[in-house]
Design a protein around this ligand. Structure first.
Ligand SMILES: Nc1nc2c(ncn2[C@@H]2O[C@H](COP(=O)(O)OP(=O)(O)OP(=O)(O)O)[C@@H](O)[C@H]2O)c(=O)[nH]1
Ligand SMILES: [Mg+2]
Length: 453
């Protein structure tokens, strides 16, 4: 994918804005900038890291296109590691189009999606985990997602993996030298030392990989179905969680007839909320179809929030739902706790809420985050996290190979066989940071980026 030419793109989003930026990167970036830029300033365009005011001119006619500010970042001290020029124009789509045409006419090529970041990766300005974090940061919908991505962009994951990689390399070097120089078998002390190191590496990688159980929800969001019998307050809970009046709320049981969807975020994790029709025995044909959809929503949800009404005794419909909704994906909320209590508190472990007053929703949020994170402790949710499925698969593969190598050492296998597994593990780890990765996979990763990044 890497080509040694000069690329250009509009780096700001489509539409109008205060400024719009054209970005150039490559060996001819400065030369092209010099052709289209005119300035009365005594400073030279080729002085890096300075903002220069001047005019952008059409290379064919010398017509002024716009008043602009030019910044030059000299290789290798730029985003891509190549010469980079940024032309900050007025943020008009017409101007930006003309400006882009002007630099293309001078020999730049329109950049592919993510090509600037790909060049940054190719020129080792960042590793693959960091490059992917750039994409995640731009796509972040919540502050929390942005925080997780920016920590990865700073290289937290790569740094976290570095000591384990180093330790693996040491084990490999040790075994390799024993293959070459030693006739006899490896001593038992050496074996126990190798096993110790290997076990440490396995434990460390397993801990990092485990963060994916929560990390995947941070990146992809989760599905939350709000379920229960009619009139317990499902739509009221839905409205409170989405901060909207999207669902109709009435005192009549059977108000919600069809599933309603809305996106929101809970504790910074994106969520697709589903409000469902109340589940009960009924002969009404429309209601029956609605109830089928409620059951389908329960089946597909990452978490089913089962709502009960605290102001009434537990009904048969409630009891049936308590057995129907799988315990491991269920959170029970006892709603309407602002009203005099009829339901016995000892019946089920539930979070006490009031959709009317908002009380208990903080505890509800905490319970949901805990359910999503499984074994991940809350401190870990602020630590380094794997959010990408491809990275997680690569880590799991590395762990399996290390476990295989450990078994082979215990069985007293030949060093060569053990080395094969160890090198495989190292290579799998390299896929996370991108040292070892096939070109088509790289293309796939970068093609999901926007143009101009
Ligand atoms: N006092 C009190 N009333 C509530 C609370 N939550 C909901 N209600 C009332 O309970 C009634 C039913 O609320 P909905 O949100 O429509 O209940 P639902 O579960 O969606 O009902 P269906 O759509 O019919 O299944 C309405 O009159 C709400 O105002 C609460 O926390 N406290
Ligand atoms: Mg409803």
């Amino acid at each position: 994918m890497f080509r040694d030419d000069t690329i250009a793109a509009i780096a700001t989003p489509p539409g109008r804005g205060g400024i719009g930026v054209i970005r150039l990167s490559g060996p001819r970036a400065l030369e092209i900038a010099n052709t289209v830029f005119q300035s009365r300033s005594r400073a030279s365009v080729s002085d890096p890291n300075r903002a220069l005011f001047g005019h952008l001119a059409d290379p064919a006619t010398s017509d002024h296109i716009d008043e602009i500010v030019l910044t030059f970042f000299k290789a290798p001290h730029s985003y891509t590691g190549e010469d980079v020029v940024e032309l900050s124009c007025h943020g008009s789509p017409v101007i930006l189009r003309r400006a882009l045409d002007a630099v293309i006419a001078c020999g730049a090529r329109i950049a592919e999606p993510g090509e600037f970041t790909f060049r940054a990766f190719f020129n080792r300005r960042m590793d693959l985990a960091q490059a992917q974090a750039v994409g995640d940061l731009i796509n972040a919908q919540t502050e929390y997602q942005a925080r997780v991505a920016s920590r990865q962009l700073e290289g937290a994951l790569s740094q976290r993996l570095a000591p384990t990689k180093q330790s693996l390399i040491e084990i490999i070097v040790h075994l390799e030298s024993s293959v070459e120089f030693v006739e006899d078998d490896i001593s038992t002390e050496t074996i126990s030392l190798l096993l110790k190191k290997l076990n440490e590496a396995i434990a460390d990688l397993t801990e990092i990989a485990a963060s994916f159980s929560f990390g995947k929800f941070v990146k992809e969001g989760f599905d939350l179905a709000i379920v229960g019998r009619p009139n317990v307050g499902k739509s009221s809970v839905f409205n409170r969680l989405t901060g909207s009046e999207r669902a109709i709320v009435t005192p009549l049981p059977g108000t919600t007839r069809d599933a309603l969807y809305e996106s929101a975020s809970i504790g910074g994790v994106p969520v697709r909320l589903i409000d469902t029709a109340g589940i009960r025995e009924t002969s009404d044909i429309v209601e029956t179809i609605g109830i089928q959809r409620s059951r389908a929503a329960i089946a597909e949800a990452d978490i089913a929030l089962l709502v009960l009404d605290a102001s009434e005794a537990l009904t048969e419909d409630d009891s049936r739902l308590l057995t129907e909704v799988p315990v491991e994906r269920r959170i029970v909320a006892l709603n309407k706790i602002d009203l005099p209590r009829e339901m016995e508190s000892s019946v089920i472990a539930a979070i006490h809420i009031s959709a009317l007053t908002g009380s208990g929703f903080d505890q509800l949020t905490t319970a949901m985050l805990e359910r999503l994170s499984g074994d991940t402790a809350s401190e870990q949710r602020d630590d380094i996290m794997i959010t990408d499925a491809r990275q997680h698969t690569a880590m799991r593969r590395a762990i399996e190979q290390l476990e295989g190598a450990r078994d082979l050492i215990i069985q007293g296998e030949f060093e060569e066989v053990i080395l094969l597994r160890l090198r495989g593990a190292l290579s799998s780890l390299g896929e996370v940071t991108g040292e070892t990765l096939a070109e088509d996979i790289l293309n796939e990763i970068f093609s999901t980026f926007c143009i101009g990044k």
